[in-house]
Design a protein around this ligand. Structure first.
Ligand code: PEP
Ligand code: MN
Length: 339
């Protein structure tokens, strides 16, 4: 970190800051200018781990030079993280497509959708059993019954399942059924939940919070990793901006940005990212073109009858077209789709 002392700071105040930083294990580089003194503190904090330099007398501001996250950063691990789910790789040159309905509504709907998406080339089945709905009067999900239907669909199709866990009290239950645990956008900074899912050692699909910066998102991943689980998949799903023509603003620039900052796999959810089924295929192609390691797509056999997110759900035919067109883009950027 760089500590900028204010212009009125006296020698004693400077000395105290320097000594405190030394005690924490930093190497000190002092620059005493005419106007003010700047202290460069280099290295790792090997002391108490907590030092509020800003609170010390004579300090004007503190500029961190190291990124605030470690385990998730490329400095810590330059090689890409590849997460294995059964025989699938997430984060390698293979692009995995997760697809299925927003919510598990009943057995027939899920099994039919699972067969459709598998036939079109999806490798992982999505479906919510616990639904984070904006209105308490909207369909809230089938809960454990939904998890059982998902497990049956896995049995029939062989596809691993990704499903959301909304609170700490259901982590154990959801982890019994799911191959990948999804942390929804609204829960990205639910730190207690992040610590709890870290204990499951299952891969975690971490959605970006609707109002989160990329750094806050990486720090949320860091929570899971610091808890001993390094299997984190980041999922860009759009952020809230002034734009209302789309449900969210799908920030695809985060994909190459994250690739430069972290070693974690990054996938894109163009369904929630746009809220409009007609935009899902173009944005899927764009996501693959800019380096995404996977997609998560909402598909419903009858979107007009869906209990949630019908307007952004693709029919089986449209999903099939998405796969064909996205495959061409994947090939153009030297990657393959699927297993
Ligand atoms: C979902 O995937 O169904 C979902 C609710 O997504 P998000 O948390 O991104 O809104
Ligand atoms: Mn949805």
């Amino acid at each position: 970190m760089i500590v900028v002392m204010n212009h009125a700071a006296n020698d004693e105040q400077i000395y105290k800051v320097v000594e405190r930083l030394k005690r924490e294990g930093y190497n000190i580089h002092l620059s005493q200018g005419v106007e003010r003194t700047i202290i460069g503190a280099v290295g790792e904090n090997k002391g108490s781990g907590c030092i509020a330099v800003e609170a010390m007398e004579g300090v004007e501001r503190v500029i961190p030079i190291l990124r605030p996250y470690k385990l998730a950063g490329k400095d810590y691990k330059p090689e890409k993280t590849i997460i294995r789910v059964n025989n699938l790789e997430i984060g390698s040159e293979k692009i995995q497509v997760m697809a299925g309905p927003c919510a598990v509504e009943n057995r027939d709907q899920l099994i039919e959708t699972a067969k459709i998406v598998k036939k079109a080339g999806a490798t992982i089945l999505r479906g919510g059993a616990f639904k984070p709905r904006t209105s308490p009067y909207s369909f809230q999900g089938l809960e454990e019954e939904g998890l059982k239907i998902l497990a049956e669909a896995r049995e029939i199709t062989g596809m691993p399942i990704v499903t959301e866990v909304m609170d700490t009290k259901s982590v154990e239950l959801v982890a019994e059924y799911a191959d990948i645990l999804q942390i929804g956008a609204r829960n990205m900074q639910n730190f207690i939940l992040l610590k709890e899912v870290a204990n499951t050692c299952k891969p975690i699909l971490l959605k970006r919070g609707p109002s989160s910066t990329v750094e806050e998102w990486i720090l949320a991943a860091e929570y899971i990793m610091a808890g001993g689980n390094d299997k984190v998949i980041l999922c860009e799903r759009g952020i809230r901006t002034f734009e209302t023509a789309t449900r969210n603003t799908l920030d695809l620039s985060s994909v190459p940005l994250l690739k430069s900052l972290t070693h974690l796999p990054v996938i894109v959810d163009p369904s929630h990212g746009t809220g409009k089924w007609s935009l899902v295929t173009p944005m899927s192609k764009a996501a693959v073109a800019c380096g995404a390691d996977g997609l998560i797509i909402e598909v419903h056999p009858y979107p007009d009858e869906a209990l949630s997110d019908g307007p952004q759900s693709l029919t089986g035919d449209n999903f099939q077209k998405l796969m064909v067109e996205t495959f061409a883009v994947a090939k153009a950027v030297g990657r393959t789709l699927g297993a």
